[in-house]
Write a protein that binds this ligand. Structure first.
Ligand code: ATP
Ligand code: MG
Length: 540
C-alpha cells in the first residue's frame, strides 16, 4: 500500500492482516508493516462505543464525538497499537494455526483478534457526512400523506440518527422527540420509561430508541411497547443490528396486522428486507446485497414513491378487479346450468356442449377479462401527485367480503336472467336455448368488461374485438351447435338483445346511481387535474 502525504513524500506499507468490517462488531482492523522503518502496527477503526471502550479514557472524547454527531456526521474512532516484532511473529503463527483449525475456528480467531486490542491508543475522531440521497424529504412527505407510517432503523448512534431524522423531516423540527433511555435495563426502570413514553406519545411526540433498549423493552412487554410505538408519528431505532432490524419488522407484522414494507441499501438490511411483506432494495454504493435479496430493486430511494403509489396501487386495484371477474365468469355459467337443471326436473344434462365450455373459458372471454390488468384508473402522474389516492386503498374497499357478495349477486342475477329468458323465449328446440343463452352470456361478459374499463388502451380494445370476432366466427363454423338459419333471423337478434339488455341494464343503472351519489376520489381528482384520458364513468 503506497500513500502520498500532502507534502509529496511517499510512504510504503505492507498489509499483513485485514479484519473486515461487520455490522455485529461495528469495527474493522488492519495490521501493517512500515517498509521504511520495519515497524509493525495494528490500526482499528470503528464506532465510538466499541473503540472508546478499548482505549485509555480521554476526557475530551465524549464531548467531541457528541458535537460531531449532533451535526449529523457519522463518527468513527481510529486507534493504533505498536506491535513488537517477537509478539507479532508469535501472534501471527498462532493466528495462522487458528485459521487452519478444523474445530472452533471462528472462536479461536476471535480470541486472537482480541489479543491485539489491549493497549490501543486513540489516534483521532473522524466525522464523515453520510449524505442523504436527493429526494428523500419529499418522498417521506408523500408517503406520510399516503397514509404510510415510516420507521427509520439505522446502525448509527443516537445523535446522528436524530439529526438525520430531523433533516429528512421524518420528525418535525417543532414536534418533540422522546428518547427512550431508561436509567438501567432493569424491569422497574423500563416500566417507568414505558409510562413516560406513553405520556409523550400522547402529546404527539416521535420516539427514538436504541436497539439495546428496544430489545429490553420488548422482552419486558412486547405488546405494550409495540402498541405505544405505533401511536407515535414516527419511530427511529438507532444502533440497530441486522437481526434487530428484522425483529422490528416481525414485531410490526405480528402486532399490527398491517402490511410491512422494508427499504434498505446495505448488507445489514438483508434480514429486514426478507422478513418484510414487501422488500425493496436500493442498488448503489453499498453493493448489491440488499437489491438481490429484495422483491423489488430500485436505483434510488425516491423511486419508492412511484413503485408504491403508481405500480403498487394499480397492481392492487387491477388484481382485485381480476379476482372479481374470475368469480363472476365462473359463477354466471354455473347459475345457468343450475337453473336449467332445476327447470327440467334436475336432469343431469350439460346445458352447453364441451366445445362451447372450452371456448367460454378460453378465447370467447379470457382475453378481455385478463386484459383488465392493463387498465389504468388514473394517469401515472396523477397517482404520483396525489398520495390521497393511495390512502384511499387503506379502506380495503377494492376486495372486501361485501364486494364479493355483490359480485355473487350480480352473477346469480345475470345467470338467472339469461337462462330463464332463453327458456321462456325458446321455440321448441333445445338447440335454440343453447344459441340464445350462450350468445347472451358471451355478450354480457364482454359488456361487463367494457363497463369496468376506466381507460381504454389498445390492448383492451384488441382483446374485446378478438373475443367478439372469434365468437361470431365460431357461430358460423360450429353448425352442429348453432342453427345458422335461425341465427340469421331478426327473431334471434331481438331475443338475444332483449336478454342481454335485461341482464346488463340494471347493473349499468346501479353503477350510474352509485357513481352520481358518491363519485370515486380518483374521478374527482381527474376532473380537477383535467387529464385528457378517455375513461368510462363506471367504476366498480
Ligand atoms: N467501514 C467501517 N469501518 C469501521 N466502522 C464502521 C464502518 N462502517 C460503519 N462502521 C460503524 O459501525 C456502525 C454500524 O454500521 P452498520 O453498517 O451496521 O449501520 P450504519 O451504516 O450505521 O447504518 P445503516 O443501517 O443506516 O446503514 C456504524 O454506525 C459505524 O459506527
Ligand atoms: Mg450502512
Amino acid at each position: 500500500m503506497r500513500l502520498r502525504t500532502p507534502a509529496g513524500a511517499e510512504l510504503a506499507y505492507t498489509v499483513l492482516h485485514l479484519f473486515p468490517f461487520s455490522s455485529e462488531t461495528k469495527r474493522m482492523g488492519i495490521v501493517v508493516r512500515d517498509e521504511a522503518t520495519g515497524d509493525i502496527a495494528f490500526y482499528a477503526k470503528g464506532a465510538d462505543t466499541v473503540i472508546g471502550a478499548l482505549v485509555q479514557p480521554v476526557d475530551w472524547l465524549e464531548e467531541e464525538v457528541g458535537n460531531l454527531a449532533r451535526e449529523g456526521l457519522r463518527t468513527l474512532l481510529v486507534a493504533k497499537r505498536r506491535l513488537k516484532r517477537d509478539f507479532y511473529e508469535d501472534w501471527s503463527r498462532r493466528y495462522e494455526q487458528a485459521r487452519l483449525a478444523v474445530e472452533n475456528r471462528s472462536e479461536r480467531m476471535q480470541q486472537l483478534q482480541q489479543q491485539l486490542d489491549s493497549g490501543l491508543e486513540l489516534l483521532c475522531v473522524t466525522g464523515v457526512e453520510d449524505r442523504l440521497q436527493s429526494g428523500v424529504r419529499p418522498t417521506l412527505e408523500t408517503l406520510r400523506n399516503a397514509g404510510v407510517r415510516v420507521w427509520m432503523l439505522t446502525g448509527d448512534k443516537m445523535e446522528t440518527a436524530c439529526c438525520i431524522a430531523k433533516s429528512s423531516r421524518l420528525v418535525d423540527r417543532s414536534g418533540g422527540l422522546f428518547a427512550f433511555q431508561p436509567a438501567s435495563l432493569r424491569s422497574a426502570d423500563l416500566d417507568k420509561e414505558l409510562r413516560n413514553m406513553a405520556r409523550r406519545v400522547e402529546a404527539g411526540h416521535s420516539v427514538v430508541i436504541s436497539g439495546e433498549c428496544l430489545q429490553a423493552a420488548v422482552e419486558q412487554d412486547e405488546r405494550r411497547f409495540v402498541q405505544l410505538a405505533c401511536q407515535a408519528p414516527a419511530v427511529v431505532v438507532c444502533r440497530c443490528s441486522p437481526t434487530q432490524k428484522a425483529e422490528v419488522v416481525r414485531l410490526l407484522k405480528d402486532h399490527t396486522g398491517k402490511r410491512c414494507a422494508a427499504v434498505g441499501d446495505g448488507g445489514n438490511d438483508v434480514a429486514m428486507i426478507q422478513e418484510a411483506d414487501c422488500g425493496m432494495g436500493i442498488a448503489g454504493k453499498e453493493g448489491l446485497q440488499a437489491s438481490l435479496a429484495a422483491d423489488f430493486s430500485i436505483a434510488r430511494f425516491q423511486h419508492v414513491t412511484r413503485l408504491m403509489l403508481v405500480h403498487g396501487r394499480r397492481c392492487y386495484k387491477n388484481t382485485s378487479v381480476l379476482a372479481q371477474f374470475i368469480v363472476h365468469r365462473g359463477l354466471i355459467i354455473s347459475t345457468m346450468q343450475a337453473a336449467f337443471s332445476a327447470v327440467f326436473f334436475y336432469v343431469a344434462i350439460s346445458l352447453f356442449p364441451g366445445i362451447l365450455m372450452i371456448g367460454y373459458a378460453t378465447i370467447f372471454t379470457m382475453f378481455p377479462v385478463f386484459s383488465l390488468v392493463l387498465d389504468k384508473d388514473v394517469a401515472s402522474a396523477t397517482a404520483e401527485k396525489f398520495p390521497e389516492l393511495y390512502r384511499d386503498l387503506l379502506k380495503g374497499r377494492e376486495l372486501s367480503a361485501k364486494l364479493l357478495c355483490i359480485w355473487v349477486a350480480i352473477s346469480i342475477y345475470q345467470g338467472g336472467v339469461i337462462m330463464y329468458g332463453s327458456i321462456w323465449l325458446f321455440q321448441g328446440s333445445f338447440l335454440h336455448i343453447v344459441s340464445i343463452g350462450f350468445t347472451a352470456l358471451v355478450f354480457t361478459e364482454l359488456i361487463m368488461v367494457a363497463l369496468t374499463v376506466r381507460t381504454w388502451c389498445w390492448q383492451i380494445i384488441v382483446a374485446e374485438l378478438v373475443s367478439l370476432c372469434s365468437y361470431l366466427a365460431a357461430v358460423f363454423i360450429l353448425t352442429q351447435y348453432f342453427d345458422r338459419a335461425f341465427i340469421l333471423t331478426l327473431n334471434f337478434l331481438w331475443k338475444v338483445s332483449a336478454i342481454t339488455a335485461v341482464s346488463s341494464i340494471p347493473i349499468v343503472a346501479l353503477k350510474l346511481i352509485r357513481y352520481l351519489m358518491s363519485p370515486p376520489i380518483a374521478r374527482k381528482l381527474q376532473a380537477s387535474v383535467g387529464t385528457t384520458a378517455v375513461s368510462s364513468i363506471f367504476t366498480v
